[in-house]
Design a protein around this ligand. Structure first.
Ligand code: SF4
Length: 286
């Protein structure tokens, strides 16, 4: 699918969180609007495609708005938003990103996330959560390591399964092995690294998968599309092709019982380092 790329200037870049993200961070931050991983595996069930405010009728994965002034707006709003956050939420914490990927392939050209990381090195939040589906996060490893010395920082790398494909669906945007290697690189450099198994997909060899995660990451978060897609019962995801593809491999994997079974296994391998759904994204592990 061709991608329609546009350049926009935004008035705000720090969005005060509500709903699912409220307990996770005081603000969300989107360097881009739209996500060019939308036509890959993660895009099939991606809950953002149901947000008409974001898509405005455009096909998911088919557009990208480049927020050219994101770093300047961050600098301008840092004082106001950090004061508000510390007063009302206890700390100024930023989740980047919940409605795009900060390391879409076009980031190598436009460097919006890179410019934001530089701005944060000057004016850090109290906590930054970098959430991505791709190994391309290593492009900015030097800046991220530097920023991790100035604020609390968690690198969240989504790895939903030990398999790169589900039958009938497109491949993942970033190979599983490369994402695991990226985790290892961040952890070796002292960055708190979390594998987000989100949304949890069928796993061919769960024991081996979590043993590997235990080596390359500090923690893991397990998140099923039920309770994890912003609707109460997974109804957003149920409107997509993802559940049928999951069920073709393992019908039980479409249920919360599967998540609970995987959580139990993960906790036996990584005690004290396993989070679940929303509280896991908020950094609560046991
Ligand atoms: S990377 Fe994230 S925002 Fe982009 S399509 Fe995948 S799940 Fe959606």
């Amino acid at each position: 699918m061709p991608v329609n790329i546009t350049h926009v200037e935004v008035a705000n870049i720090l969005t005060r969180t509500g709903g699912y993200l409220r307990t996770v961070a005081s603000h969300s931050l989107q360097p881009y609007r739209g996500c060019t991983f939308g036509n890959s595996l993660c895009g099939v069930g991606c809950y953002v495609q149901h947000n008409a405010w974001v898509t405005r009728g455009r096909p998911w994965g088919g557009f990208l708005e480049v927020r050219t002034n994101a770093a300047d707006v961050y600098r301008q709003s840092h004082s106001r938003e950090s004061h508000w956050a510390r007063r009302t939420r206890g700390e100024f914490s930023v989740f980047c990103s919940s409605a795009t990927d900060p390391f879409v392939p076009q980031e190598r050209q436009f460097k919006i996330t890179a410019s934001l990381l530089a701005a944060m090195c000057e004016l850090p939040p109290d906590l930054l959560i970098l959430q991505t589906h791709t190994h391309r996060i290593t492009d900015e490893i030097i800046a991220i390591v530097e920023l991790s010395r100035r604020c609390r920082l968690r690198a969240h790398i989504s790895i939903e399964s030990d398999q790169d494909r589900l039958p009938g669906l497109p491949p993942s945007a970033s190979p599983v092995e490369r994402r695991l290697t990226a985790c290892a690189e961040f952890r070796e450099r002292g960055v708190f690294t979390v594998v987000t198994v989100s949304p949890l997909l069928p796993i061919a060899d769960p024991e081996q998968f979590f043993k590997r995660i235990a080596e390359v990451a500090d923690a893991v978060v397990i998140d099923h599309f039920i309770e994890g897609d912003g609707s109460k019962d997974g109804s957003r995801t149920l409107r997509t092709a993802l559940p049928a593809a999951i069920a073709a491999i393992d019908p039980e994997a479409t249920t919360l019982a599967y998540r609970d079974q995987i959580v139990e296994l993960a906790r036996s391998i990584m005690p004290g380092r396993v989070g679940v759904s929303e509280s896991g994204f908020a950094g609560i592990y046991r």
